[in-house]
Design a protein around this ligand. Structure first.
Ligand SMILES: NC(=O)c1ccc[n+]([C@@H]2O[C@H](COP(=O)([O-])OP(=O)(O)OC[C@H]3O[C@@H](n4cnc5c(N)ncnc54)[C@H](OP(=O)(O)O)[C@@H]3O)[C@@H](O)[C@H]2O)c1
Length: 314
């Protein structure tokens, strides 16, 4: 299961990224229909891992609706708790989502997410940080341990920001009743931010699941004159794309998958064209020399996240 589908862009028309194409502002019904079609298309193209969250607007509901048409135990759903979507599909609101790492939010969001039933395999704290205190909150950790045993779930965290390695280390040390609590780690990793590599061996040695998000750096990996400082990377990606006869997106996704061997890489595709193009990564293999060439384009995690903070909801 090398590639999964992230549903962030299927549940909310606006999302933090760089949109270079002509994004159509659909009415809610058409938007929903398009999301359901994309789930079906992904399934038909072999995707079996679906990542969602209550913070992704309609996404959990869409996935639940679509799953009613399926009876396939190979489908795996990962969801999260901790963010509430509040934009109500209005484009220009100031606040799109609210973060709350409390036991009451966990209990409230679990009530909806448990409807995934046997499809639900991974349950994650959405954007765990030191600051929210979630990793020290015993009532939350005990509840997650209880869900893990009762429902046979893998419990995970998702991480974001310069200190994601520090957060992962803290999470690895957490035990409930003598057993490690966290099994799955959804992390940012891509050609620009390769900082995960400082801890990926530990994760692999301990048999943890690694799920890679933002593999395309939210769209920054596509040639863009606002990011002229990446022009050498764009040239390298385009050269490799031409050689392998696929898109630069597939090269960038393949880079992640080959460097993080057992990971699941999430595609954040919001339309068929991107989905098909992303999935072509399955058809190629990059040589060691090509991987090395791409590796040279990493930047400091601090700079990566400073730039990421400036991205807006589009
Ligand atoms: N836990 C978290 O906090 C968190 C945070 C972020 C993401 N995630 C998960 O990870 C998934 C993937 O991440 P992501 O979507 O944020 O980031 P991403 O994959 O790094 O980037 C998505 C961007 O790439 C563009 N794109 C994709 N394929 C393309 C193609 N073939 N040609 C041109 N542009 C293309 C998209 O364009 P369009 O805008 O036109 O669609 C979008 O702007 C999400 O769906 C979500 O499930 C989790």
């Amino acid at each position: 299961m090398a590639i999964g589908l992230g549903t962030a862009a299927l549940g909310r028309p606006q999302y933090i990224n760089i949109r270079q194409g002509n994004f159509k502002n659909l009415d809610l019904n058409s938007f929903k229909k398009q999301g359901l079609q994309l789930l079906e298309e992904a399934y038909n193209l072999g995707v079996r891992y679906f990542d969602t969250a209550p913070g992704y607007g309609l996404a959990e509901g869409l996935l639940l609706e679509w799953l009613q048409t399926k009876n396939d135990p190979s489908i795996q759903v990962a969801t999260k708790w901790g963010y509430t979507y509040v934009a109500n599909f209005v484009a220009n609101v100031k606040v799109h989502e609210i973060k709350e790492h409390s036991l009451s939010k966990l209990n409230e969001q679990w009530e909806t997410s448990k409807a995934f039933a046997s499809y639900l395999k991974v349950y994650q704290i959405h954007s765990a940080t030191i600051e929210t205190g979630v990793l020290k909150n015993d009532s939350i950790l005990n509840k997650l341990a209880m869900l893990k045993h009762e429902y046979g779930l893998e419990i995970g965290i998702t991480t974001t920001g310069t200190n994601q390695t520090e957060v992962i280390k803290k999470a690895l040390d957490i035990e409930v009743e003598g057993h490690a609590l966290f099994d799955a780690f959804q992390v940012t990793y891509n050609i620009l931010d390769q900082s995960l590599e400082t801890i990926s061996n530990v994760l692999n040695e301990q048999g943890k699941k690694i799920i890679i998000k933002e593999a395309l750096a939210n769209g920054r990996l596509f040639r863009n004159r606002n990011y002229n400082h990446y022009k050498e990377l764009y040239t390298t990606l385009e050269k490799l794309a031409k050689k392998h006869k696929i898109g630069t997106d597939a090269i960038a996704l393949k880079f992640c998958q080959q460097n993080m061997q057992k990971s699941i890489v999430l595609s954040g595709a919001s339309n068929s064209e991107h989905l098909e193009s992303n999935l072509k990564m399955k058809t190629i293999s990059l040589s060691q020399e090509e991987l090395r060439e791409l590796k040279n384009h990493s930047i400091q995690a601090n700079n990566y996240w400073l730039e990421r903070k400036k991205l807006v909801w589009t």
